[in-house]
Ligand binder design. Structure first.
Ligand code: GAL
Length: 666
């Protein structure tokens, strides 16, 4: 595998006589890929059927002539005004029943059949025109599905699509009434056409109803993407089909969309995300304001690598301040370089920066590019040049494959929908729960893989964590049974049936030979009222009352004597949301039993194993001596003293990573 760099470029934003210069400069910088076209519909088809592809052909020719490989975007995230005026019911409708208007982007409803046909038409026209162009090496479908909360739409199109979907799923209204429990509050329906969308109800809608709507909406995204992917594959053979996902975006199942992609990519804006999407407190945000959260990027790298069977990119990498977070600081010197190397450490093939030149006009005029609006180099430029040089120097010295991590976490989009629909306690957020497990594993120096609940391959992992899983799949149960390593299950895992009801056997509804435990009741807790455990630490937000079977051993006990965690052979069931230090202790002990080499790391320092090498990254503001972790000799890249924003790479044999024999079960 060769690692490559790229950039996002908008030829339609600049006079044509600049294109060749821009292209030559990109190539000189060491970039090899350039993504274009994803918002250009109004220029590609100014009026229905009046295609104007000549300028795009000239742009692709120019980039190609400079040796660049083009990733061509389909422009379907920005339907032009004439199209919206022809078909106003394609506009998305918010949960408040208000139509979202033309004038920005993503103004369409995934379930609108007419808009889907229009997208197929423009995709087909582009694929026929450019599919065989030697300069086009890949395609990007649309842009950032769900950006600006656009998966869920409560339009007439959604309503009729949802009814048809329910009819296919349940066959009869009676079956639906039974599955949803519609006898409750007289919600029974006699016809599928009586079913409304689950918004604007007087109080909450039936969770089973809301859950099916989430499933339907997710399938609409999959359908939309697949329609484009199929056309591109037919007319542009040999080119990769890519989509660019976002950070902490859970509204559709990315594993399902990823199944239709050759490469998953995502758009990584570490500083924007820290301000905008982090659950951490202000101290943490202040500490990492110019570096980003030390685990957030890594989590998404690992997640999206799993969605497309290993091949993945960063399609948009933050190069300087963005424009869309509450505050938009500049990255600390060296961070653009660090983020780039971190992506490669997690197996990225390509890191592509957003964007080439800052646009002086319109919504994103305050968003940095690699160039300033006056075409002078902006802050990120020199860092990209350095990454390109370092990549050149390390050519052939790093492994091609990321390899399997030591531990894994099961991640499941449906679980995030379920707990959003029914949090039961304000703080119960699925992403947050999973992310806390992920962060804790990384604080112990572990590399982590993410595994989907739908198709879990647990082979070889020493520990599998399954927090907050909505419902079991037979595949996951079978995989747990066959798993040789440890499992850490709960809280709240297996607490519902697929129909969003409480299982007859009560949670966690696991076969007794896996863990013989029953959750007899649960409570959610005020933030200021944790439940303390006899062994130290506490459960916050959520705790369960466990009734443990005779084959289990109680490992943690709440102050009131209720078991908090039980063990059966290599399986653990955790009956609460552990505070940070408790979770740390739980995973530390498990890692020790599993024979893993543990490295207790400060907040800002993180490690990632990549094949036979280990990468170290310093998000923190103070230097860190890697020799305290057992690193010896000269790193392949960087120094043993890891400066703030520093990156170092060491062969595993000299990074003190030997695992030891698993200890006997305690
Ligand atoms: C992304 C999007 C880009 C641009 C960028 C700004 O979410 O895909 O088009 O808007 O954010 O940071």
């Amino acid at each position: 595998m060769t690692r490559t760099l790229g950039v996002c470029y908008y030829p339609e934003h600049w006079p044509e006589d600049r294109w060749a210069d821009d292209a030559a400069r990109m190539a000189r910088l060491g970039l090899t890929h350039v993504r274009i076209g994803e918002f250009a519909w109004s220029r590609l088809e100014p009026k229905r059927g009046a295609y104007d592809f000549d300028w795009l052909r000239r742009a692709i020719d120019t980039l190609h002539a400079a040796g660049l490989k083009v990733v061509l975007g389909t422009p379907t995230a920005t339907p032009p005004k004439w199209l919206v005026d022809e078909m106003p019911d394609m506009l998305p409708v918010g949960a408040d029943g208000m139509v979202r208007k033309f004038g920005s982007r993503r103004h369409y409803d995934f379930s609108h059949d007419g808009y889907l046909e229009e997208c197929k038409r423009i995709t087909l026209a582009l694929a026929k025109a450019f599919g065989a162009h030697p300069g086009v090496s890949a395609w990007q479908t649309d842009n950032e599905y769900d950006c600006h909360n656009t998966t869920l739409s409560y339009s007439a199109a959604a309503q009729s699509g949802f009814r048809a979907w329910l009819q296919r799923k349940y066959q009869s209204p009676d079956a639906l009434n039974r599955a949803w429990g519609n006898v409750f509050w007289s919600m029974e329906v006699a016809e599928f056409d009586e079913i409304e969308l689950p918004n604007l109800t007087v109080t909450e809608a039936n969770p089973a109803h809301a859950m099916d709507f989430r499933r339907f909406a997710s399938e609409m995204v999959v359908r939309f993407n697949r329609a484009q992917a199929d056309i591109i594959r037919t007319h542009s053979p040999g080119r990769d089909v890519i989509h660019n996902f976002m950070g902490r975006t859970l509204a559709f199942d990315h594993f399902d969309v990823g199944a239709d992609l050759d490469i998953s990519s995502w758009d990584s804006y570490p500083l924007g995300f820290l301000e905008d999407r982090s659950d951490q407190n202000d101290d943490w945000k202040r500490q990492f304001a110019r570096a980003g959260d030390p685990d957030f990027q890594a989590f998404h790298h690992d997640l999206y690598r799993a969605t497309s069977r290993g091949r993945w990119w960063v399609m948009e990498q933050q190069p300087g301040p963005v424009n869309w977070a509450p505050h938009n600081p500049a990255p600390r010197d060296g961070m653009v370089r660090l983020w780039s190397w971190e992506a490669f450490a997690h197996g990225a093939e390509t890191v592509s920066y957003f964007r080439w030149r800052q646009a002086p006009f319109a919504q994103e005029q305050m968003h940095a590019g690699l160039l300033r609006p006056d075409s002078a180099e902006a802050e990120g430029f020199a860092e990209v040049a350095r990454v390109a040089r370092e990549m050149h120097d390390l050519e052939g010295k790093l492994d091609d494959k990321t390899g399997r991590a030591e531990v894994a976490i099961v991640f499941d989009y449906a679980s995030s929908w379920a707990w959003e629909i029914q949090p039961q306690g304000r703080e119960f957020d699925y992403f947050r729960l999973v992310f806390e497990f992920y962060r804790t594993m990384r604080r112990l120096g572990l590399s982590v893989d993410i595994v989907p609940a739908s198709a879990p391959d647990l082979e070889g992992y020493r520990i599998i964590a399954i927090p907050g899983l909505f419902t079991w799949t037979p595949a996951l149960i079978a995989a747990i049974r066959a798993h040789q390593g440890f499992t850490l299950i709960g809280p709240r895992s297996g607490s519902k049936t697929a129909d969003f009801a409480i299982p007859a056997a009560l949670a966690p509804a696991l076969p007794k030979d896996i863990v013989d435990v029953e959750v007899s009741r649960v409570e959610s807790l005020r933030q200021d009222s944790p439940v303390h455990l006899a062994e130290g630490g506490s459960f916050q937000y959520w705790r369960e009352f466990l009734e443990a079977g005779s084959g289990t051993e109680t490992i943690l006990t709440a102050e009131d004597g209720v078991p908090g965690m039980v063990a059966q052979d290599k399986h653990r069931y955790l009956g609460g949301w552990p505070d940070q230090s408790l979770l740390y202790d739980i995973i530390l002990r498990l890692a020790d039993h599993a024979g893993l080499a543990i490295k207790e790391l400060p907040d800002g320092v993180r490690l990632r194993r990549h094949g036979d090498h280990v990468f170290a990254f310093n998000y923190g503001a103070t230097a860190f001596d890697l020799s305290v972790l057992g690193w010896t000799g000269t790193p392949l890249l960087g120094d043993l003293i890891l400066q703030p924003s520093g990156v170092a790479v060491m062969p595993v044999s000299r990074a003190g990573c030997q695992t030891h024999d698993p200890r006997e079960h305690s």
